[in-house]
Design a protein around this ligand. Structure first.
Ligand SMILES: [Zn+2]
Length: 269
C-alpha cells in the first residue's frame, strides 16, 4: 500500500466513526418488497420455512443491497433483537452467517460491523465480476427463450420507473437484481448465489468509494445488454457486460485524485 491509499484509508476510517449512529439501525427494518423481487428471493423447499435467523440475514442483506446501511455501521445485537423480538443468541447466529459471506465483520470484544473493503479488494471484486458475468452473458445469449426476454424487458421497465420516480433504494435494488436475474435465467442456483454475493459487496464498495456512476447510465447499459441477448449475439452481450462492469468500476474513486500526502497536508498559502 502506498501513501495515497493510506489517505484513502484514513478517510474511510473517519467515515466509519461518523456513521455509527444508532438510528441507522432503523434501516434494516423489513420493507415491503417490490413485485419483481420475487425473482431473486432464495429458493426454499416447503419444509424449509424461513427461520428468524434467515429473516434477520435477509433484512440486513437487503439494507446493504439497497444502500441503506453504510459500511462500518455498528450492528448492535440488542437493538436487532428488539426489532425482531428475538433473543441475542438468534441475532448472533444471523451475524455469524453474514460474516461468512463477508458482509459483516466480527471484531472480538467490539462486536459486529457492516463490512468495509480495501481498494484492492474492490478491484478484485470487479475483476471477478467481469470474468464471471461476461461468460454468463455469452452463455445466456445461446439459450435464452422469448419468454425470458419478455421477463428481462419487464424488469428494465421497473428499473426505468424507479429511476423516473427518484426512488433511490428501489432503483438501487432493481439495478443490482438485474445481474442476479441473468444468473437465475441460466438456471444455475450456485451462480446466482455467487452473483448475489458479489453484488452485495459491490454495493458496499460503491458507498465507500463514492460511485459517480449514475443510475441512468447503468440503466441504459442494461438495455444494451438485453438488446444483444435478444439478437442472441453472445459476443456482443459479453463485451457489453464487461464494459458495463468496467464503467461502474471506473466511476469509483479507488485512486484518490491527490496522490501526494505532503500536498494534501501542506497549509494553503
Ligand atoms: Zn448493472
Amino acid at each position: 500500500m502506498d501513501a495515497h491509499l493510506s489517505v484513502q484509508g484514513l478517510r474511510c476510517l473517519k467515515l466509519l466513526y461518523t456513521i455509527k449512529g444508532i438510528n441507522r439501525l432503523q434501516s434494516i427494518m423489513p420493507r415491503k418488497p417490490a413485485s419483481s423481487l420475487r425473482l431473486v428471493e432464495p429458493v426454499r423447499t416447503p419444509r424449509d420455512a424461513p427461520s428468524t435467523t434467515d429473516q434477520i440475514v435477509e433484512s440486513i442483506t437487503s439494507a446493504i443491497v439497497e444502500q441503506r446501511l453504510m459500511p462500518g455501521t455498528k450492528l448492535v445485537e440488542q437493538q436487532i433483537a428488539d426489532v425482531f423480538s428475538v433473543s441475542r443468541t438468534v441475532v448472533r447466529q444471523a451475524l455469524n452467517q453474514l460474516s461468512r459471506s463477508r458482509l459483516v465483520t466480527l471484531l472480538p470484544a467490539r462486536g459486529a460491523f457492516v463490512a468495509t473493503m480495501s481498494a484492492e479488494e474492490a478491484r478484485q471484486v470487479f475483476e471477478l465480476r467481469r470474468l464471471v458475468e461476461g461468460g454468463m452473458a455469452r452463455e445466456l445469449a445461446a439459450r435464452i427463450t422469448d419468454a425470458q426476454i419478455a421477463q428481462l424487458r419487464a424488469h428494465l421497465q421497473d428499473e426505468r420507473d424507479a429511476v423516473k420516480r427518484s426512488d433511490v433504494s428501489g432503483r438501487t435494488r432493481l439495478l443490482a437484481d438485474f445481474h442476479v436475474i441473468l444468473a437465475r435465467l441460466l438456471g444455475n442456483e450456485v451462480l446466482a448465489e455467487l452473483i448475489a454475493d458479489l453484488l452485495s459487496r459491490s454495493q458496499l464498495i460503491a458507498l465507500m468509494y463514492q460511485s459517480g456512476h449514475s443510475a441512468e447510465h447503468s440503466q441504459s447499459e442494461h438495455i444494451e445488454i438485453v438488446q444483444a441477448l435478444e439478437k442472441r449475439d453472445g459476443r456482443a452481450a459479453a463485451r457489453l457486460m464487461e464494459q458495463h462492469i468496467t464503467s461502474v468500476e471506473r466511476n469509483l474513486r479507488l485512486d484518490p485524485r491527490t496522490p501526494d500526502l505532503a500536498a494534501v497536508l501542506r497549509p494553503k498559502q
